[in-house]
Design a protein around this ligand. Structure first.
Ligand code: ADP
Ligand code: ZN
Ligand code: ZN
Length: 771
């Protein structure tokens, strides 16, 4: 960024601004006050500025979050102590005002200084001004503006006019070359003078479009779909919240597409959020194929810095568009007044919650954004979060729409729950098997025809537990830096060699052969994706030889691109059996998948978290929903040690409402979310006793506040993972009856210095996971 100087003196110049700087100063959580010298010109909310900071008056960049008079400073700060803004970056587009307000809400609600919040929502490439990779395409403006042009520019216009229509619009660089110009100066000048129309085409769009052969023909909507499109389409232009509860494959995406089309035709933009890993070329390609005339900006974490910058600028452009992206796209800089609809697909997905400050929930921020933009927000899921279900059924803040049946042509999968114990006991060769006879049978049937199959195991690695076989000894291999066991991984390049890795801090150790306490030979227990892969390879040797089996987890898929490549091979039928972690449980839509297997539903069920049942229901229902999308039928086999667990039984019957009723009742009885609201404050410290002391003082401070009346502040307890990367973790849970009561308590504690968000204290409002 370069500081633009403005010589214009504005007589009505604002005299004071509040600026958010990107440093975590919790003493000024709302930003720092500066005066504005008159020669800087008009300054507005969202402007990027340079300000002096600290004793050394070092120049730092920030964003203007409030403008006003001397009252901004308040009586505490003497006028002569207030420093002045140094420069305004006129060539960086200001943040839309709604985005500034949204950031302020996030900062306050999620207890994060405004500077940190703004820093985390603006891609660093944008802040650093990293090069754009947009290609400038140009075309002749019709009609051509009057007036004569410079001969060098005339040559450019003539060169373009001489090109066949199929070559237009033409890339600026090629045009300059065709006109014999060495630089783009003449082309740029013509764009400025209005003789050429500029069309910015981004490289990302080109990439996502490539290699996809998507059908752009829309199906006729079913009456149920039409009803929802009309209902939400009828209230565009003001805020309202909608929950679309539609079973997997019921045509929810079709509903979003129709509504998006309607909004675009009104000249407005759509913000469309999907969970990170559901943002596949398949999903993006479908949107692009169906809305070919419109601009689609795509934002997700797999982009390079330059691509991110480019997409961010595309989202901020003046034309109507769809901004499609994962969690952080909720902060896309769509210009004020342009947003017409917000869609949150798979709204239950826990990847919407950010696990570092600001610990925001993308869905809840999306609702807030729609509120600020005065447009509807549509949340969709086959397994709504109980928060959204509660809002739609008990609090009436959201309208519930249902799509109870699968779209025409799709069948409802048959779901079989099998008792893991009974199944594995059938084996007589003493080798413990992870794939029981029911699942094997199902896989064979699907694969012997021309079908495909998906096998899910929620745990990567080879095995997850290294221990002494002697119970009396009881030794297990733990991470040196975390209170967690090590996971065994097979090194692919060196067959047979194994290492152990900690999934929390990444530390590695060699697999010991002997128990360090009693010297017995260690045993490796448990299961991981690598072990299941080996078993599948033995079970289907021919398929394995033909490279028809693939494993997808964060060990094999380091970049989004790897994942997309595997999905492409699966779509083309080169891979027929896909094995993986929850990466493959959601969003995939492949008609030839006839069989889905869940190796162990217990991983989710046994989590030390009050949402364990909810997560299990979601997992089983979502993964089962991946099959039966063609006409060959679908079958899901769910292996579990707890076949009678409610979540599993309800999911096998596909009875979400029954599950929700029983689970909400339980949460009501225990005063847990969504009925009440929770904050979780985690104290982290290298010293265990210090962590305990700080947590105890924190709890004492909270209960002493009058604002805590009516709320429960629980005794400090060690977190489920009591130490990560050498820091001990102790948590204090706060449960209040309403969001408002919780906010008042936390705000009071923060202003008195009882709660200090930062390195030592992490404040998580509405926590999504309790590890
Ligand atoms: P969901 O998002 O609920 O999982 P999709 O919108 O992906 O459902 O629809 C599942 C499949 O059914 C897609 O292949 C889609 O093209 C198709 N589909 C959706 N609506 C209809 C319809 N009204 N008629 C025929 N096919 C449809
Ligand atoms: Zn560790
Ligand atoms: Zn031992």
């Amino acid at each position: 960024m370069t500081a633009g100087q403005s010589a214009a003196v504005n007589a009505t110049a604002t005299s004071f601004v509040r600026v958010a700087v990107g440093r975590g100063i919790d003493r000024h959580p709302e930003g720092l006050v500066y005066s504005v010298p008159a020669d800087l010109g008009a300054i507005d909310l969202g402007d990027h500025v340079a300000v002096p900071l600290g004793r050394g008056h070092a120049s730092v960049d920030g964003v203007v979050v409030a403008v006003g008079g001397a009252e901004l400073a308040g009586p505490e700060i003497p006028a002569e102590k207030i420093k002045s803004v140094r420069a305004v970056y006129r060539d960086t587009p200001p943040l839309p005002q709604i985005l500034v307000r949204l950031a302020q809400w996030v900062a306050s609600y999620y207890c994060t200084p405004i500077g940190v919040t703004l820093q985390s929502i603006t891609p660093s490439a944008v802040r650093a001004g990293i090069g754009r990779t947009t290609r400038l395409m140009v075309d002749l403006t019709q009609p051509q503006p009057d007036g004569s042009v410079h001969p060098s520019r005339r040559r450019v216009l003539d060169a373009l006019a001489a090109m066949p229509a199929s070559q237009r619009p033409c890339e600026a660089r090629d045009l300059a070359a065709a006109a014999g110009a060495r630089t783009l100066a003449a082309v740029r000048a013509l764009v400025r003078s209005g003789h050429l129309t500029a069309i910015h085409q981004t490289t990302v769009q080109a990439k996502w479009r490539s290699g996809l052969d998507m059908d752009g023909t829309p199906p006729a909507l079913t009456p149920a779909q039409q009803l929802i499109v009309d209902s939400v389409g009828g209230v565009l232009g003001s805020f309202s919240q909608h929950l679309l509860f539609g079973v997997t494959g019921s045509g929810k995406t079709e509903v979003y597409l129709r509504l998006a089309e309607r909004v675009l035709l009104q000249g407005k933009s759509v913000l469309w959020l999907v969970p990170e890993i559901a943002l596949t070329p398949q999903a993006a390609g479908r949107v692009m194929a169906r809305l070919p005339k419109h601009r689609i900006a795509i934002l997700h974490s797999g982009l390079t810095a330059a691509q991110r910058h480019e997409q961010w600028l595309a989202a901020g452009s003046g034309e109507p568009k769809v901004v499609l992206g994962a969690r952080s796209a909720v902060f896309a800089p769509i210009p004020d007044g342009q947003l017409g609809l917000v869609v949150v697909d798979e709204e239950h997905d826990s990847s919407y919650k950010q696990d570092q400050a600001p610990r925001y929930h993308g869905r809840d921020v999306a609702i807030r954004r729609a509120h600020l933009a005065e447009c509807p927000v549509l949340l969709g899921s086959a397994t709504p979060s109980l928060e959204s279900w509660w809002n739609a059924t008990r609090r009436s803040v959201a309208t519930l729409h249902r799509l109870p049946e699968r779209a025409p042509g799709l069948v409802v999968p048959r779901v079989d729950v099998v008792d893991f114990r009974a199944e594995s006991m059938l084996h007589t060769d003493r080798r413990v098997r992870l794939i029981g006879p029911s699942m094997e049978h199902g896989l064979r049937r699907a694969l012997e025809g021309d079908g495909q199959a998906i096998v899910l195991l929620n745990r990567r690695g080879y095995a997850n537990w290294i221990a002494c076989p002697d119970h009396a000894c009881g030794w297990t291999l733990q991470c040196d830096h975390c209170e967690a066991g090590m996971v065994v991984h097979q090194l692919p390049e060196e067959r047979g060699r194994r290492i152990t890795r900690c999934h929390h801090c990444g530390a590695e150790q060699r697999v010991p052969s002997q128990c360090p306490r009693c010297s017995k030979r260690v045993c490796i227990f448990g299961l991981g994706t690598q072990k299941v892969e080996e078993e599948l390879q033995r079970m289907f040797p021919e398929l394995h030889a033909a490279a028809g089996i693939a494993r997808v987890d964060s060990d094999t898929m380091e970049r989004a691109e790897d994942f997309h490549q595997v999905l492409g091979r699966f779509a083309r039928g080169e891979i027929r059996l896909l094995l993986g972690t929850q990466m493959i449980a959601k969003g995939l839509d492949f008609p030839k998948v006839q069989m889905v297997g869940v190796i162990s539903a217990d991983t989710a069920l046994n989590m030390p978290d009050f949402r364990a049942s909810e997560r299990t229901y979601q997992l089983v229902a979502q993964v089962s929903g991946r099959c039966g999308r063609g006409n060959a039928g679908g079958r899901a086999v769910i292996q579990t040690f707890q076949p009678d667990a409610d979540a599993i039984q309800f999911a096998a019957r596909g009875d979400y409402e029954g599950f929700a009723r029983s689970e909400v009742e339980l949460r009501e009885r225990h005063g847990l979310p969504p009925v009440h609201r929770m904050a979780r404050i985690i104290v982290r410290h290298h010293s265990q006793s210090e962590a305990n002391r700080i947590a105890a003082a924190l709890r004492g401070g909270l209960v002493a506040l009058p604002e805590s009346r009516g709320s429960r502040v629980r005794e400090p307890v060690p977190c489920a993972i009591a130490r990560i990367a050498d820091r001990w973790r102790v948590q204090v849970e706060v449960i209040a009856e309403t969001a408002g009561a919780l906010q008042r308590l936390i705000a009071a504690a923060r202003s008195r210095g009882i709660v200090k968000p930062g390195e030592v204290m992490a404040v998580d409002i509405d926590p999504a996971a309790l590890l």
